[in-house]
Write a protein that binds this ligand. Structure first.
Ligand SMILES: *[C@@H]1O[C@H](CO)[C@@H](O)[C@H](O)[C@H]1NC(C)=O
Ligand SMILES: *[C@@H]1O[C@H](CO)[C@@H](O)[C@H](O)[C@H]1NC(C)=O
Length: 410
């Protein structure tokens, strides 16, 4: 569990909101040895998101930078004065909810700039475990405050960039790409929205804006939707029936969400939302899982024992997704309060896959009349990831109709 510290400064914000500094433990990722293939090195780093508007009433402790500036420390101070970071408050609560925050920083080279040109850029990817929120921030270095002073400013040892007097790298957030639901589960046939949006500090003058939604699943992939907005107009291409995005909202509100009508099993996968705007090309992942609960029912509508022969009960689990399902059998004798598990005595059919991608399975139980008097309740209990609690069906052993005695005995 990474440590998250929350500091709120004493300045009041509009409408009595407070502003807070959120301090995240991150890793700075450096790529090495381009010739020999990707090789990544991770260094511990810290990101301080400064002066974020917060509603929290938590105890206020001001953020204190390290006592002695250390050129080996990687502390990114990021102000987001002109760019809103949506849902950043959920990061505040991640600590209480024991959710992990994954934060990774790396060097970023905007289109049309040289690797060592100034200002320098970094990208921070922040993902909250549990799929509550995910975002990528582009940080741009600010001119160091003591650059003009006589004393040579402290240089960060790895990045060779000037640090503030207190040993931090001062940056401004210039671009945010986010998803407020980076992981979603939805049933077949429903419509869903894959959430993605962006905010940008400097609106590019060339009016060029691009959105791409790409789908990937087990080594397959394709572009689902593409929008290109330029001075000439809007170009849109869609490669899935019922998929859409709103190019007007994309430009006006930074809303890049993808609407998907009538979900199918084949829609499951990883979706990559890519925004091209000005010098930036940034991606955010949204994971879509299809979850269809099984329909559980007995084949038999009643159970009676007319003679000494045993009966077979069939419990069907129909049209669920994904594959894993667990079937348990129980019986409860009349006047008893506890039910007893019988799973060891049952047998399973093989999985059957339907043309819509869903699965079906049946479980069978052979029952003997000597052990189960009328009034005994048999239950079939099915657990599946799409069910919050197991789905239970039951069947009570009935006394045979008097007419049936006649036909048997007389
Ligand atoms: C704080 O709360 C107010 C009212 O409850 C809400 O309108 C505002 O958006 C909240 N601000 C943040 C940063 O969540
Ligand atoms: C985009 O618009 C859709 C539909 O109005 C809405 O459901 C979604 O929350 C919006 N998303 C963002 C990121 O603004």
């Amino acid at each position: 569990m990474l440590e998250i510290l929350i500091f709120a400064s004493l300045r009041a914000f509009v409408h009595g909101e407070q502003v807070a500094d959120v301090v995240l433990s991150c890793f700075f990722i450096e790529e090495r040895g381009e010739m020999t293939g990707a090789n990544f090195i991770r260094y511990p780093a810290t990101m301080v998101l400064k002066d974020l508007p917060m509603n929290s009433s938590e105890t206020i402790t001001p953020y204190i930078p390290p006592n002695t500036p250390n050129p080996d420390d990687l502390i990114f101070e990021a102000t987001a004065s002109s760019v809103e970071i949506p849902e950043v408050e959920s990061i505040l609560h991640a600590d209480c909810n024991e959710q992990e925050v994954i934060c990774e920083l790396s060097r970023y080279i905007p289109h049309g700039t040289k690797p060592d040109s100034l200002p320098a850029h970094f990208i921070a990817s922040v993902q909250l475990e549990g799929g509550r929120v995910g975002f990528s921030l582009v940080l741009q270095t600010l001119a160091s405050e003591n650059a003009e002073s006589d004393t040579a400013s402290l240089m960060q040892s790895k990045l060779q960039l000037p640090l503030s007097q207190w040993g931090t790298l001062l940056t401004d957030v210039v671009f945010v790409l986010f998803s407020r639901s980076p992981s979603i589960a939805a049933p077949i046939g429903e419509d869903t929205v894959l959430d993605c949006g962006y905010r940008q500090r400097d609106i590019p003058t060339d009016q060029n804006l691009g959105l791409e939604w790409r789908w990937q699943y087990r080594g397959h992939g394709k572009t689902i939707l593409e929008i290109k907005q330029s001075a000439e107009g809007t170009f849109m291409a869609v490669d899935r029936d019922g998929a859409s995005a709103n190019s007007a909202l994309l430009v006006k509100d930074g809303n890049a969400s993808l609407t998907m009508k009538k979900l199918r099993v084949s829609d499951e996968g990883t979706y990559i939302c890519t925004i091209n705007s000005g010098p930036f090309q940034i991606q955010q992942i949204v994971q879509l899982n299809i979850m269809q609960p099984p329909k559980v029912f007995f084949q038999e509508s009643i159970i009676t024992f007319q003679d000494e022969s045993s009966k077979r009960l069939s419990c069907h689990c129909k049209q669920y997704y994904p594959l894993d399902v667990k079937v348990e059998w129980f019986f409860q004798l009349p006047l008893e309060t506890e039910r007893i598990c019988l799973t060891d005595e049952s047998s399973l059919s093989s999985h059957q896959q339907h043309s819509d991608g869903t699965f079906s399975l049946s479980s069978f139980l052979i029952v003997h009349p000597t052990k189960y008097p009328s009034g005994t309740v048999f239950s079939c209990s099915v657990s599946h990831v799409a069910l919050q609690t197991p789905s239970d069906v039951s069947l009570t052993v009935l006394k045979p109709e008097p007419g049936q005695f006649k036909s048997l005995g007389e």
